[in-house]
Design a protein around this ligand. Sequence first.
Ligand code: ATP
Ligand code: MG
Length: 864
Amino acid sequence: MPSWPLILKDDPSVLFTSAGMQPLVPYFLGKKQPPAKRIVAVQKVFRATDIEEVGRDGYHQTFFEMLGNFGIGDYWKKEAIEWGWELLTKVFGFDGNTLVATVHHSDREAYEIWTKTLALLPPEKVFRLGDEANTWALGPTGLYGTDSEVFIDNGPQPGVPEHECDPGESCGRYLEIWNYVFQEFDRKADGTLVRLARPNIDTGAGLERLTQVLQGVPGDVYRTDLFQPLVKKIEQLSGRKYGDERDSDVSIRIAAEHARAATFLIADGVVPSNEFRGYVLRRLIRRAALHGRRLGLKTGALSTLGGEVVKIMQKHYHELTKARDRITQVIADEEEKFERTLANGLTLLNEAIARAKAEGQKWIDSDTAFRLSDTYGFPLEMTKEIAASSGLTVDERGFSELLEGQRSRSRATAKFSQDAMRFGQFYSLLRETQGLRSEFKGYDELATDAQIVSLVVGGSRVEAAHEGQDVEIVLDRTPFYPEGGGQVGDRGTITTNEGRAMVADTQTAAPGVIVMSAKVVDGVLRVQAAAHAAVDEELRRDTMRNHTATHLLHATLRNLFGEDVHQAGSLVHAPNLRFDFTFGRALTPQELQRVEDEVNRAILDNASVHARVMPLSEALASGAMALFGEKYDDEVRVIEAGPSRELCGGTHCHCTGDIGPFLITKEESIGAGVRRIEAVTGVGALREMRDTRERLARAAAALRVPQARVPEAVVQLSESRERLEKELAAIQRSGLDAAASELLGKAEMLGTAKLVAADVGDGDINHLRALSDRIRATIGSGAVVLGARRNGQPAFVVSVTKDLASSLDANKLVKEVAPIFGGQGGGRADSAAAGGGEPAKLAAAIEKARDTVRERLNGGRDRR
Ligand code: ATP
Ligand code: MG
């Protein structure tokens, strides 16, 4: 089978494909029919866990090629070992005398096969080790078995006593090249092992490790032909030689390996970012850039190396050819981004290192680490590594506190914003000094009997809160969800036998202290009183629908558009949901429809929604989505809903089907590279559909057509409107023409010029302008004076042909005569207009204007 991508779309539970067997898991589990019982593959793998090994030794890469043989319910240990050995020694040409093997101490069968049945190795060369070295598991539950590994024995190591060195320890003597996993059991949650009906064989051997041995450079992959072209290129660009000096060797290895790994990650669709896969890639490129710099490589060198990798490996990996330009571009961009801040960041860090040393402090302070990350884009791991090379650690706790501080500062501030600080500090103090706590019961209950443990009015604790007062209430236990994770705080009522309060909002004021902001609407509430707290059920149910739907939407977007989609914010409340995510362009209507379809499909599947509390590490290992930079406790809550798995403290539906219909109502941009989708679910979706239906009905009624014909009817309507407008314009034009020629016929000759002066009756300024323009256009030389009125408003226009503009100024003339009818206006020398005033006096103004024109053009002589 061909290699699967480094990112398995069908298996969101792993960050990257990290072993040859991973893509085959559905076959092993019997969930999918394998194409054959025996499968051979060369699988691209990436191990983020090995980043820091790279450079430090010569045989760990993050990216490597895993050779695998797989037997799916077919052959078993004896055949696997026999054939593996044959391949290693007869085909590949390993010297059997240099090999040793390990087996699990409980696995007599494998031990016998090695030493007796096949007699491949003498007993002293088969080590029987414990769980750590020789068991294998897919995860906490599921496929499980023992394994057997083959190592190259490089002989006793200087300075290491022989009895302290077995293949289970990394003493440098043994190099693992081959691994047989005997998948024999299905491990249940309680730890019991259920034997598989048909066990599987999973064999893994790193191509790079085999190559090292076969090419006579065990322990140094950089001297194999797999890496030599890259190493040569680095030597050529940097002028350094591999093997000359320890520090530069480390840097050469890192630059070569990370350039190769980054190339493959980018080809499979990863882009640098601050989350998950993108973050790993960013770390790789920045780590390589830093080491490149130490070698004297220029910015852009890594991108060049990426191009080299494509050249060397594209023969076997065609995806590289297609992605060539993208690869070099992405690496170059990231190098440049880093370059811009690197020098300043390094100065800052070196100063901090010097300071720490001078003060005898063993760590870098959190302020520096945080600034490096926040302002200079240094991944924390990189700061740690640089600090470590000077023998220092980093105050990571302080770092995460600063990160959290920044997050909460930038978080849209609570309704309590006027005195959010007061709020937090006030309740933290109560928590510490008085043990104020409230237990959240709202995952299972919407109403709870409780006791009032604190009342605060106007910022001070009180014993009682009275009708009309705004009060902050803390109960010993509460079903009210405090705002968090995008979900708004609950509303509802708190009732005692003396009074009642309406809760408008709920917030966490301090860890474990949930505060309800309320107004007393009846009677009085007292501290210590027994209370019944009831969440507004309808709002909460709508909110839960929207929250679970948000998770489905998130998973769907990532499914459809890949891992570049990252949550950039969300709002979950009763009316609708809003989800912001990183994405470079608008979604097309077809894409939006697909998203809607996929989410609705997940809803219709009606999968149960599970909330599980587990250690953070386990949650992340299982591929649950979490927000980068979010501070999580050691124990986290993971919500599994259909295709989605996400760290979340919010409240959710029991089954995805509870969400009801899901409708996208809006998609828009809210900033560079960030999109926003708004959607409604359940009752909200019903409301949306009703509104749409009603609008359609109203449109149909107004158009007097059946609803199904509304679209055509609207098209027809607008077409006929266009046609009518054209016709109307034509009619108006011809009307104007007629009027213009009639007026022209009555023109008065003043020498060579003509004068048209008339009251045309009905008309406004626009009409007069159009008319006078037309007359002027055909008059040759002359002046036009027109008056009209419409709706009791006089309008008056004077226009003059260009040749007369020096002797007759239209603007001046209008200003002169408009006062006669009380109008106001003006314009240019060749055309001016006035409006307003008394229609009755318009005739006088026209008369006066006519006389003025005659005078000016004719020197006052009447030559009519
Ligand atoms: P190691 O102890 O050397 O890290 P591993 O136990 O992690 O190895 P496996 O998970 O058994 O290795 O992987 C199977 C094979 O993959 C190993 O036998 C080895 O040949 C190869 N391999 C593992 N990790 C790396 C790596 N980081 N770089 C190159 N090859 C590796
Ligand atoms: Mg390992």
